[in-house]
Design a protein around this ligand. Structure first.
Ligand code: NAD
Length: 495
């Protein structure tokens, strides 16, 4: 069994990247453990408020030179970064697998999606243009220009360690701001490697900083008078803290939260490709995606269709190969850590207690290769789930599918819309009428038609509604450019 070579060898000490220098933190140090083989691969610090302030001061110092660098020149740094990311594509992907547990294919997809944001931000001379109109009144002209604001904080979650900070950072620096990135301390290595490539691309010191840590760094970010705004991606309870905190200190904010996605299957769906999509949606990345399927709603009263479809889903899911993500034959890796596995198991137990029927039990794991089962959990499927059960309405963030039934499409849409979340609901159908009805009425920021993971490309905003998103503008593409700039309006008359 060939396992791809691990890029992280031994135990790496994670440093902060501040003002173009690699700085050792004085904060407490924690282990980063590869969840597949349980080996310690890094030590990550919990940086102090003072260390965060050093980064903000460096960013502030760099700001005026950087914001007055022509956009076309700023873009050239991003073009260089893009080339370096391509050259190091495979290494970046394998680091994600090592620190997070996802399969190498998932990591390669994540790397590609991250790079695409750098590519889009390379178009900043065009993206940042304002607009104008002569003669808004006789002899008076008006124009709108976009200007950067200063220093932004960027906070990432653990489930996409490389890509998610890139939903924001390239646009922030392309528009002339400086950034302090705080990666999830559970998976700090991808952002450390990215910062090494930022350094190699020659960005001026202070433009792109990385400070590792947890709650203390986030609190400092919220309170810091020199932080103009921040982007956050993570769970809903923390997104609320961020949104409220930014309100108190008048910072602009994008706060992307958790999810509970409904995938609705119509009896007229194309069965084979639908099942293939459901497998990657519910079980890919071990269910640790904000766009993962959580509830599968099967529509209609045709018992034969229902039974046959569910049987096919269970049969296909039971054949999924679990193991170390650097083994290319593996389809699903471990959960990020044992605590997360225990949390998902507690949901499985609650599903059983609340009367749902367990059709496939992921607790009985079979792992390819000789790895401890500490963090592994296989695909798990329940039927007879109702939206009022814990497993039917809370975010589990693991490989658990809850099957529900709806009499008709309207009832299915009502079930989706009763959820407090609204991130990535989808419908599987061959009927254009049903698809239109669904996308028209469903309260979900990203909506899929025959797509299981409704992930917008870099040139579209990553949306979200209700408790999945707090804010107005979104990360990625043109909306990110708007978020990271102030609109200034000039009105001119010459006597
Ligand atoms: P999390 O909320 O625990 O952590 C996110 C970030 O906040 C991390 O950097 C963490 O260090 C920091 N943090 C954690 N607790 C904090 C606190 N009390 N105060 C201040 N900062 C704190 O999220 P996670 O477990 O890393 O990521 C998984 C969650 O992210 C899931 O809920 C998932 O749905 C969500 N997510 C959402 C999207 C989206 O686009 N909406 C994308 C990816 C992940």
């Amino acid at each position: 069994m060939a396992i791809l070579e691990e890029p992280i060898k031994g135990v790496k000490l994670v440093k902060n990247y501040v003002n173009g220098e690699w700085v050792e933190s004085k904060g407490e140090i924690y282990d980063v453990v590869n969840p597949a083989n349980c080996e310690v691969i890094a030590k990550v610090p919990v940086s102090t408020a003072e260390e965060f302030d050093d980064a903000v001061q460096a960013a502030k110092e760099a700001y005026w030179d950087w914001r007055s660098t022509p956009p076309v020149s700023r873009a050239r740094y991003l073009f260089r970064l893009k080339e370096l990311l391509e050259e190091n594509f495979e290494e970046l992907s394998r680091i994600q697998t090592q620190e997070h547990g996802k399969t190498i294919d998932e990591s390669r997809g994540e790397t590609r999606r991250g790079i695409e944001n750098v590519e889009v931000a390379c178009g900043i001379p065009t993206l940042m243009m304002g607009y104008n109109l002569e003669d808004i009144a006789t002899g008076i002209d008006c124009k709108l220009i976009r200007q950067p604001l200063g220093v932004f904080g960027i906070i990432g979650p653990y489930n996409f360690p490389f890509m998610i900070p890139l939903w924001s950072a390239p646009y922030a620096v392309a528009t002339g701001n400086c950034v302090v990135v705080k990666p999830s301390s559970e998976v700090p290595l991808s952002q450390m490697r990215l910062a090494e490539l930022v350094e190699e691309a020659g960005f001026p010191p202070g433009v792109w900083n990385v400070v590792n840590g947890g709650k203390a760094v986030v609190s400092s970010m919220l309170d810091h008078p020199d932080i103009a705004g921040l982007t956050f991606v993570g769970s809903t309870p923390v997104a609320k803290i961020i949104y409220e905190g930014c309100g108190k200190t008048q910072k602009r904010v994008i706060a992307q939260g958790g999810a509970k996605n409904f995938l609705v299957v119509m009896p007229d769906c194309n069965v084979q490709p639908t099942i293939a999509s459901l497998m990657t949606s519910f079980f890919g990345n071990t269910g640790q995606r904000c766009l993962a399927g959580a509830n599968l709603v099967i529509v209609g009263e045709d018992e034969e269709f229902y039974k046959d479809f569910v049987q096919k889903v269970v049969d296909t899911a039971s054949k999924i190969v679990l193991g170390y993500g650097l083994d290319e034959a593996v389809q699903v890796g471990p959960l990020r850590d044992k605590g997360k596995k225990d949390n998902v198991i507690s949901y499985i137990e609650s599903g059983i207690q609340e009367g749902a029927k367990l059709l496939l039990d992921g607790r009985m794991v079979k792992i390819r290769g000789n790895y401890p089962d500490t963090c592994f959990l296989g695909p798990t499927i329940f039927e007879n789930v109702s939206p009022s059960m814990k497993i039917g309405n809370e975010e589990i963030f693991g490989p658990v599918m809850s099957i529900m039934r709806a009499k008709n499409l309207n009832q299915a849409i009502e079930m989706c819309n009763a959820s407090t979340f609204g991130n990535g609901h989808a419908i599987f159908t061959t009927s254009g009428k049903s698809a239109r009805e669904f996308r028209y009425k469903v309260t979900s920021g990203n909506v899929g038609v025959n797509i299981g993971i409704v992930a917008p490309m870099a040139f579209f905003p990553f949306s979200g509604m209700k408790d999945s998103f707090y804010g107005v503008l979104h990360t990625q593409g043109q909306e990110a450019v708007r978020f990271f700039t102030e609109s200034k309006v000039l009105i001119e008359r010459w006597f």
